[in-house]
Design a protein. Structure first.
Length: 201
């Protein structure tokens, strides 16, 4: 299956765009959903985290103590690397397996930090959802009521707009109405269908 990696900065419209692809029966696997699923109680990945970082990573009820883990890796970059070395291969294997369950010409892996974590080789094409930074800030402010300061610090932790665009195979600019976005998604959908037909010949 032709595999598209969909990514973009905070508030650019990744979720909105994935919904428009889903409306066209394109399977979408979300990295955030998978990364939560694999650390549910009794999952092997959770046991792996406990064996690596100690039993303090578990709450009394057996769930992952996200706050503890976040603080642990925030204070120690080598632990952050260890965590990523454990999680990323499991996440990508699971995402590819989930996608393979669909009988579809192409599918989408939605990965907000695809480029920041240098995983573009996991997909056939990188699709970047892009919009002006002023739109990003405004949309996130309206949606989540976050402060400018917090939004800026999240944006600064993500890769720059120019780097993201330079690594893209396809760019979807989400700077107009939702109707115009829908039209752009339709064009891209037709392009991916054509491309996947070529891939299978
Ligand atoms: P995050 O990175 O925070 O998960 P995201 O990239 O998934 O965000 P969305 O949640 O899709 O972005 O969009 C952010 C907000 O902007 C949402 O409230 C969405 O409804 C709105 N939005 C997205 N695109 C448009 C558009 N073209 N016109 C108006 N509102 C939009």
């Amino acid at each position: 299956m032709l595999t598209i990696g969909l990514t973009g900065g905070i508030g650019c419209g990744k979720t909105t765009v994935t919904q428009l692809f889903e409306k066209r029966d394109v399977p979408v696997i979300d990295a955030d959903v998978i990364s939560h699923a694999i650390v549910q109680p009794a999952q092997p990945t959770l046991l792996l985290l406990k064996n690596t970082f100690g039993k303090q990573v578990l709450l009394a009820n057996g769930e992952l103590d996200r706050k503890y883990l976040r603080e642990l890796i925030f204070n120690d970059p080598s632990k952050k690397e260890t965590l990523e070395d454990i999680m990323h291969p499991i996440i990508y294997t699971r995402m590819h397996n989930e996608l393979a369950k669909f009988d579809s010409p192409y599918g989408i892996l939605s990965v907000p930090l695809l480029l920041e974590t240098n995983h573009q080789t996991q997909v056939d094409r990188v699709l970047v959802i892009d919009c002006p930074e002023t739109d990003q800030i405004q949309r996130v402010k309206t949606r989540d009521q976050l402060s400018d300061q917090l939004i800026n610090s999240i944006m600064n932790a993500q890769c720059s707009r120019s780097l993201r665009i330079s690594l893209a195979d396809d760019i979807l600019i989400n700077n107009k109405s939702l109707a115009s976005l829908d039209t752009k998604v339709q064009k891209l959908h037709e392009f991916y269908l054509q491309m996947s037909a070529g891939k299978n010949n």
